[in-house]
Write a protein that binds this ligand. Structure first.
Ligand SMILES: NC(=O)c1ccc[n+]([C@@H]2O[C@H](COP(=O)([O-])OP(=O)(O)OC[C@H]3O[C@@H](n4cnc5c(N)ncnc54)[C@H](OP(=O)(O)O)[C@@H]3O)[C@@H](O)[C@H]2O)c1
Length: 339
C-alpha cells in the first residue's frame, strides 16, 4: 500500500467523433487530468506501452459490433503493459509489472483484479507482441489449432509482415511446414519476410499478380491459408487451396473501414470441390489453453526459433498516427506506442 499526495497528470487520447471509413488523427484529441486515486481494491498504474491492434478500429464505429464501442469523449480501449505506482489492494504492490486493458492514456486507475501480474525479467512489450493475446497467442491458435498445420505442408499467410502474420508464418516453420509463403505490401516487407524471418517465398500484393505468384510459388497448391486480410486475397487463396486444405479466418483488415458491407469470397465453392474447410476464430475461444501457448511461445523465444520484431512509436501523442499507420501498412512486426 502507498500514499501518493502529489498525484501525476494523466495524458489521455479521447475520441472526438465516430469513425466512418479510414481512421485519421483528427478523430482524436489529447486531454490532461489528475490521475484518480485508487479506491479500495484498486491500483494506479503508469502505462508503459500501448498495443496498437486492428480491433481498435472496430470499436470506433457508432454501432455496437464484436468489440465494446468507445463513447465520444472516452478513452480508447486498448491492451497495455505498465507498472503499479499506487496500490489500494493486497493483490498488487508498488513496482509490480502488469498487463491488461488500460486504454489510450499514460495512467489508469483500475481494480487490481482486472490486470495480470507479469514477470519483468522479459521486456514488458513482449507481453503485447510475441506473448500478447492479440499477437503471439492469436497466431499460435490460428496456425496450430485452426490451420492444423502439419509437417511437409505448404502454408500461405496474408498480412504476413504485420504482428500476427509474422508470428503465424514463423510458427508454421517451427511446426515443420515445408514451404511458408507470405503476402505483404511492398518490396521491403517481402525482403523482410524471406531475409529476416525465414519465409520461403513472398508476394508483393501491391505490385504483383497475387494469383499468378501463388501458382508459381506453390504449383501443387496451398494446404493452409492463414488470412488476416480478406477481400480478393481470400479468393486468390481459395482458388489455390488443395484437397483437404484449411483456411483459418483470423481477420479481414481490408474490410474494416466499411464493416457493414464486408465483401465475402466468391470462390467459396472451391471448399466443396476440394473437400477443404474454412474456419474462423478469435483468440478468446482458446482461453483454456493459454498456459500451454505461453509455455511454447516462451520456449521458442528463448531458443531463438521465434524472432520478435517491434515497431515502436514514441509518446502518447503518437497514438492516432500509429493507429492510422496500422491500416496504411507503415510498420513491420508488432505496432506499439511507448508512452
Ligand atoms: N481472431 C483474433 O482473435 C484476432 C486477434 C488479433 C488480430 N486479429 C486480426 O489479425 C489481423 C492482423 O492484425 P495485426 O494486429 O497483426 O495487424 P498488422 O498485421 O500488424 O497490421 C495490419 C497490416 O495489414 C495490412 N493491410 C492493411 N490494409 C490492407 C489491405 N487492404 N489489403 C492487404 N493488406 C492490408 C498492412 O500491411 P501491408 O503493408 O502488407 O499492406 C498492415 O501492416 C487483423 O485482421 C486483425 O483483425 C485477429
Amino acid at each position: 500500500m502507498s500514499d501518493m499526495t502529489n498525484r501525476p497528470v494523466n495524458r489521455k487520447i479521447v475520441l472526438v467523433e465516430h469513425v466512418k471509413g479510414q481512421v485519421k488523427p483528427e478523430h482524436f484529441r489529447l486531454e490532461e487530468e489528475e490521475a484518480r486515486a485508487p479506491d479500495d481494491g484498486e491500483v494506479l498504474i503508469a502505462v508503459d506501452t500501448i498495443s496498437i491492434d486492428a480491433f481498435i478500429r472496430t470499436s470506433l464505429n457508432d454501432w455496437e459490433g464484436l468489440h465494446t464501442q468507445t463513447p465520444i469523449g472516452g478513452v480508447v480501449g486498448t491492451l497495455n503493459v505498465g507498472r503499479v505506482v499506487e496500490s489500494n489492494s493486497d493483490a498488487l504492490a508498488v513496482g509490480d509489472a502488469v498487463t491488461g486493458g488500460l486504454g489510450s492514456q499514460t495512467y489508469a486507475t483500475v481494480p487490481a483484479a482486472t490486470v495480470q501480474k507479469i514477470d519483468d525479467s522479459l521486456p514488458l512489450s513482449t507481453y503485447l507482441g510475441a506473448l500478447g493475446l492479440t499477437t503471439g497467442l492469436t497466431a499460435y491458435f490460428g496456425m496450430l489449432q485452426v490451420g492444423q498445420v502439419k509437417e511437409g505442408e505448404t502454408v500461405l499467410v496474408s498480412g504476413a509482415a504485420g504482428a500476427v502474420g509474422s508470428v503465424a508464418g514463423q510458427i508454421a516453420k517451427i511446426a515443420g511446414a515445408k514451404k511458408v509463403i507470405g503476402i505483404a505490401g511492398g518490396k521491403e516487407k517481402c525482403e523482410f519476410l524471406t531475409g529476416t524471418l525465414g519465409f520461403d517465398g513472398a508476394i508483393d500484393y501491391k505490385n504483383e499478380n497475387v494469383d499468378a505468384r501463388i501458382k508459381e510459388l506453390a504449383p501443387d497448391g496451398i494446404d493452409v491459408f492463414f488470412d488476416n486480410v480478406g477481400g480478393e486475397i481470400l479468393d486468390f487463396a481459395l482458388d489455390n487451396i488443395r484437397e483437404r486444405g484449411r483456411v483459418a479466418i483470423c481477420g479481414a483488415i481490408s474490410q474494416y473501414d466499411d464493416h457493414l458491407n464486408v465483401k465475402g469470397p466468391s470462390l467459396y465453392l472451391r471448399l466443396a470441390e476440394r473437400y477443404a474447410r474454412m474456419e474462423g476464430f478469435t483468440v478468446m475461444h482458446f482461453m483454456d489453453q493459454y498456459g500451454k501457448a505461453y509455455a511454447d511461445l516462451s520456449e521458442w523465444l528463448k531458443n531463438g526459433k521465434l524472432k520478435v520484431v517491434e515497431h515502436v512509436e514514441e509518446g502518447i501523442e503518437s497514438f492516432p498516427i500509429a493507429l492510422q499507420k496500422l491500416f496504411t501498412g507503415g510498420h513491420m512486426g508488432k505496432m506499439l506506442v511507448k508512452v
